[in-house]
Design a protein around this ligand. Structure first.
Ligand SMILES: [Cu+2]
Length: 374
């Protein structure tokens, strides 16, 4: 399977190989492009060295109008940029690194646009699949039987009748590593975190209000294990809009006419082995509680009678912090809500017997902007 990045830009601003290389250097990206690279006329494999090793990607390009035939929902974002460059890569992370490095350089040079516009991207070629650009999250669920890895490492055969996963992971990590930052220095071989950080959905504020947040977030679920993984975001239904890379829609009368909307709401998302699911989700402050004019209608017990979790701010109100018991500490910085999300096959919430690890993460809901969150 290959993945592709499509960049739209003004043809006149597409750089020569030399100019491109200069910008790549200025961005501190460790790529060397071929001196004969021609972003307009090349097609097929383009060799690139990344950190001194050979890699590259497939390249092709065409007038933007032709590329937009497949993606009419992008027309308004693309505007009058008249050319499109497609960079395609396979499963190799070096190839992916080459594509991202070149894309960053092209975006810096000119006015290239990728699918994510300033207001959001589209999961599919459908207007109703729009999501908030910086709220797209990957949930890659996997499992490990260390005996299989040991056999491979020693060049020995392995009897799959004995296969038994002992570790289950989210984005290659187990909890609590799963909520560490991307590229944490103490997890050098597990670069991706799984904390989903979002802001409250709000489509009623004025468009100029920083709290305006009119699109949902998007979650890309992938299961590379051997069993179903029922992922379970607490208290948060999602709208399932795609499976295995295809939108849930009826037949299209023409390629550019949207088919009937067949999306559906679901709570636990049961991802089968090898499947991908695309889900939109949002957190909405439905009751609008606040500590002065709209208090939570329950008597909150005094501090000594409460049990505090490490992510609790001390206050039930979004964006506020409250008194904690003497000696307590919190990981909550600015009154955000932390809502647990995990694989609901609880026997898989383990790392070879260490329970409450494995595929667990959180949705972190920050207070609406502007806020005091770091
Ligand atoms: Cu649960």
């Amino acid at each position: 399977m290959s993945l592709e990045m499509i960049l739209f830009m003004d043809k006149l601003r597409i750089p020569s190989a030399d100019d491109l290389q200069r910008v790549i250097k200025s961005l501190d990206v460790p790529l060397e492009v071929s001196s004969t690279l021609n972003l307009i006329n090349d097609s097929g494999f383009s060799p690139i060295s990344i950190k001194g090793t050979s890699s590259g990607f497939e390249i092709s390009s065409q007038p933007a109008d032709l590329a937009l035939l497949d993606y009419p929902a992008l027309k308004t974002i693309v505007g009058d940029r008249n050319w499109s460059i497609v960079l395609r890569w396979g499963g190799d992370m070096r190839e992916c690194g080459c594509v991202l490095g070149i894309s960053a350089a092209l975006i810096k040079i000119g006015d290239a646009v990728e699918f994510k516009g300033p207001t959001g991207g589209f999961v599919f070629n459908r207007a109703d699949s729009q999501f908030t650009a910086d709220e797209e999250f990957m949930v890659l669920l996997s499992e490990i039987d260390p005996y299989l890895h040991q056999a491979a490492e020693r060049g020995k055969s392995f009897n799959f009748n004995n296969y038994q996963a002992r570790y289950w992971l989210i984005n290659g990590r187990g909890f609590p590593d799963s909520i560490s930052d991307n590229f944490s220095p103490f997890l050098p071989d597990q670069p991706y975190g799984a904390l989903a950080r979002i802001h409250p959905y709000n489509n009623t504020a004025a468009a100029t209000d920083p709290a305006y947040h009119p699109y949902p977030g998007a979650i890309r679920y992938l299961n590379v294990g051997t069993e179903e993984f029922p992922f379970h975001p607490h208290g948060n239904n999602g709208l399932v809009i795609g499976r295995d890379g295809r939108p849930l829609e009826g037949p299209r009368a023409t390629p550019t006419t949207e088919g009937a909307d067949l999306s559906f709401e679901k709570f636990a998302i049961n991802i089968g082995p090898g499947q991908t699911w695309d889900v939109l989700f949002k957190w909405n402050d439905a009751e609008g509680y606040n500590s002065t004019s709209n208090k939570v209608p329950v008597v909150i017990p005094q501090v000594n009678n409460q049990e505090f979790g490490m992510f609790y701010s001390g206050s039930p109100y979004l964006g506020e912090t409250g008194t904690l018991p003497p000696g307590a500490s919190t990981l909550n910085e600015c009154g955000a809500y932390y809502i647990i999300s995990h694989n609901h096959a609880l026997f898989q919430i383990t790392s070879w017997g260490v329970n409450m690890s494995g595929p667990i993460t959180y949705v972190r809901v920050d207070p609406p902007l502007p806020n005091a969150c770091p």
